[in-house]
Design a binder for this molecule. Structure first.
Ligand SMILES: NC(=O)c1ccc[n+]([C@@H]2O[C@H](COP(=O)([O-])OP(=O)(O)OC[C@H]3O[C@@H](n4cnc5c(N)ncnc54)[C@H](OP(=O)(O)O)[C@@H]3O)[C@@H](O)[C@H]2O)c1
Ligand SMILES: [Zn+2]
Ligand SMILES: [Zn+2]
Length: 352
């Protein structure tokens, strides 16, 4: 059973702008929650997907995986949320829930492949999943998050991807009071990384290509800003960091950042997906037991942990609210790093 004619915004081709379309959503099964979407954050992954940057987009594509909304219907076996509750949905809407990864609350590394909020095979309706640029969504309750009641709902939305994607490596690499953390790129992920690392008590430095973001970075909680194109500034932090979270979305040279890692430090790539250029020099890695790692979003329990932490420490994203109809312009601005620091779509605009 399904509901047809749900309003959404998506694209049918790599070079086509996003525009209004209708999609199907399933009726709730026993374990499902139906959510009326109030806000949806705009992640750079939405843009990569709409434009097929990674080569695996299926069209039509309806992006959006930073979803906050109100529960409108629950299945008969749902226990965690009830009608009227505020709920969040991030990048995951399903996984096998039985493999070694899922049993360890690492659904994002499900050995049979997780179901992404958009662009994954839809086990219920066939076809592919559609994301949060839409009026409503139906999700298995295991993948629905509880949203702390004290936070601004629109500003919570980006926590569901930008927040958890930076929280997970901070936790995995045991960032704590006094850890020296650096963040590369002050965008959606980068600004959350600063806030969350600061919340955990770390000393935080931002690497940015963009002079002009220094003041904002300090207000967001950074202790220092290094302009990555200035070699004197880069040399001044040589061998300093325990952990670097690199959020840059496009191919870039990571060697200058490896030089700023302390002995046994780790550079975690969360942004760019693909082959690195130019070559990676292993000498400083071997001589300093330095690691280069990657990290994908975070599991559901870890996402709830992050949301609860944000509730306790009053941490939300810095946002600019847009209408759904402004999404194509928002993508262009995102490409120019002209966003402070996350667009969030007010989904009420879809009714206009
Ligand atoms: N691993 C995961 O699970 C995961 C989850 C979500 C998103 N992502 C990926 O993470 C990346 C960042 O997403 P986002 O939403 O934070 O993007 P964003 O808001 O556009 O921010 C990216 C930042 O990177 C810097 N930057 C942009 N282009 C650059 C270039 N060509 N060279 C060097 N620096 C550049 C800019 O910061 P400055 O101006 O300060 O230099 C920019 O603000 C995207 O590729 C996205 O797909 C990964
Ligand atoms: Zn994302
Ligand atoms: Zn699994």
């Amino acid at each position: 059973m399904k509901t047809a004619n749900v309003k959404a915004f998506g694209t049918k081709a790599t070079d086509a702008p996003l525009k209004e379309m209708t999609i199907d959503r399933r009726d709730v099964t026993a374990k499902d929650i139906e959510i009326e979407i109030l806000y949806c954050g705009v992640c750079h992954s939405d843009l990569h997907t709409a434009r097929n940057d990674w080569g695996f987009t299926v069209y039509p594509s309806v992006p959006g995986h930073e979803i906050v909304g109100r529960v409108t219907k629950v299945g008969s076996e749902v226990t965690r949320l009830k009608v009227g509750d505020i709920a969040g949905v991030g990048c995951l809407v399903d996984s096998c829930q039985t493999c070694e990864s899922c049993k360890k609350d690492l659904e994002q590394y499900c050995l049979t492949g997780f179901t992404g909020t958009y662009g994954s095979a839809d086990k219920h309706l066939g076809g592919f999943t559609f994301g949060g640029y839409s009026e409503k969504i139906v999700v298995d309750e295991h993948f629905v998050l509880k949203v702390p009641s004290n936070l601004d709902l629109a500003a919570v939305a980006p926590l569901l991807c930008a927040g958890i994607t930076t929280w997970s490596p901070l936790r995995h690499w045991n960032v704590t009071k006094g850890s020296k953390v650096a963040v590369v790129g002050l965008g959606g992920l980068g600004h959350m990384a600063i806030k969350l690392a600061k919340g955990l008590g770390a000393e935080v430095t931002l690497f940015s290509r963009s002079p002009g973001k220094e003041k904002d970075a300090l207000v967001l909680g950074a202790d220092a800003v290094i302009i990555s194109t200035d070699s004197n500034q880069m040399n001044s932090v040589s061998g300093k960091f325990d952990l670097i979270i690199d959020t840059v979305p496009y191919v870039h040279d990571v060697n200058p950042y490896v030089a700023t890692l302390n002995i046994s430090g780790t550079l975690v790539l969360v942004g760019y997906l693909g082959g690195l250029e130019p070559f990676l020099n292993t000498v400083p890695m071997i001589l300093g037991r330095k690691s280069i790692a990657g990290s994908l979003i975070g599991g559901i329990a870890e996402t709830q942990e992050m949301l609860d932490f944000c509730g306790k420490h009053n941490i939300v994203s810095e946002i600019e609210i847009i209408k759904m109809q402004d999404i194509n312009e928002a993508y262009e601005r995102m490409l120019k790093s002209d966003v402070k620091y996350r667009f969030v779509i007010d989904m009420a605009s879809l009714k206009e």
